[in-house]
Design a binder for this molecule. Structure first.
Ligand SMILES: Cc1cc2nc3c(=O)[nH]c(=O)nc-3n(C[C@H](O)[C@H](O)[C@H](O)COP(=O)(O)OP(=O)(O)OC[C@H]3O[C@@H](n4cnc5c(N)ncnc54)[C@H](O)[C@@H]3O)c2cc1C
Length: 325
């Protein structure tokens, strides 16, 4: 990027944070089969994300003492909440077939249409190929008495089945609903003391019955929306029959198929209480000279997408650090 004060090392795996007693001093990493270290002149900023940050802390001796000892990792600070409090937006999606080639899909009929749309996009930047995938969305209350929306809807102009891992021949559209402020809590724990072993992620989705009931209410509302007359000309049936399911059958489908919509937070929880992992200025508790600045510090999940709030937190802390330079 040509910034004299920025040196980025790519294709590297951070393996351990380095400490001098309880002061963070740098980082150990692996690159091209070599172990290297980098020393910090100023503060160490950890931003490895909701899964990476607690993983790296634990590998470095910061986390629940019992879990670290089981893996033979010397304990620098016993912080039981590291890796706990994992929250995510649990989502259910319905996939509708359509005979219209206006959506993104696979088929001979739509091939020509897609090609002409690609040319249009190349010339004008507009049309089908300019789709952001999630074309529309909305926030609704599961019950009129609550203060703020607790359900979020996404509409995509294509068939999104199993995160698009499962492809379907033909055309369609999809409608998602997710629970915005879930009660279920998961965890990120060590599989081993090796940084190359990914951590064990247990989201414990729908482990709190309130989330399951709320998601069911959301799916019922979504079924109603998708039955509205403007869809009559397009709707050729939901692939899995979810649009007609009710009661126990619907709840089984939700429990079997609901999955992430990619907004995990909370595994290095911020707070003023003694159990919090970081303080309100995102400084790691009981350790000097290190902050965590990523989505892992959010104590609870926000009622919307998580990217912009994460950038906002980083901007705030960057401002704070600049002020004290
Ligand atoms: C498929 C997908 C779609 C999404 N869509 C949206 C959306 O539409 N809108 C929205 O608001 N949010 C969206 N999100 C969520 C958003 O991307 C996250 O909330 C945001 O990126 C969180 O930022 P972060 O800095 O906490 O972590 P990340 O962006 O995950 O950054 C952490 C980085 O650390 C690196 N890392 C971790 N461990 C190590 C290690 N040991 N060594 C070296 N590097 C390491 C990771 O590779 C990663 O690059 C989406 C997420 C996904 C996965």
């Amino acid at each position: 990027m040509g910034w004299p004060n920025l040196h980025a090392i790519t294709d590297a795996l951070a393996t351990r944070l380095l400490f001098d007693n309880r002061r963070a001093t740098g980082l150990e990493f692996r690159r091209n089969g070599q172990t290297q270290t980098v020393k910090a002149r100023g503060e160490v900023i950890l931003c490895a994300g909701v899964f990476g940050s607690p993983h790296l802390l634990k590998l470095s001796g910061i986390g629940p003492a019992e879990e670290l000892s089981r893996q033979g990792i010397p304990v620098i600070a016993d912080l039981p909440q590291v890796g706990e409090n994992l929250q995510d937006h649990i989502d259910f999606v319905m996939n509708y077939r359509t005979s219209s080639t206006e959506s993104v899909g696979y088929g001979l009929r739509g091939g020509w249409h897609l090609l002409s749309e690609a040319i249009k996009w190349w010339r004008t930047g507009e049309g089908l190929c300019a789709t952001p995938a999630a074309e529309a969305g909305g926030f609704l209350k599961s019950h009129p008495d609550i203060d703020v929306p607790d359900l979020q809807f996404h509409f995509t102009a294509g068939l999104v089945d199993d995160h698009s891992r499962k492809l379907h021949w033909g055309y369609g559209y999809s409608a998602h609903v997710c629970v915005l402020r879930p009660h279920s809590r998961g965890s990120v724990t060590l599989r081993s003391a090796q940084a190359t072993d990914a951590p064990r992620i247990d989201p414990r989705y729908l482990s709190d019955e309130r989330d399951a009931q709320k998601l069911r209410r959301g799916v019922e509302m979504l079924q109603m929306i998708m039955r509205a007359s403007p869809f009559d000309a397009y709707d050729k049936g939901e692939i899995h029959g979810h649009d007609r399911m009710q009661g126990g059958e619907l709840m089984d489908a939700i429990r079997n198929r609901a999955d992430t919509i990619y907004h995990p937070v909370g595994t290095c929880r911020m707070g003023r209480d003694a159990d919090a992992v970081v303080d309100p200025m995102l400084r790691l508790r009981n350790i000097e000279n290190i902050r965590i600045v990523d989505a892992s510090v959010m104590p609870t999940l926000i009622g919307g997408n998580t990217n912009a709030p994460t950038v906002m937190m980083a901007e705030k802390i960057a401002g704070e650090m600049k002020y004290h330079l």
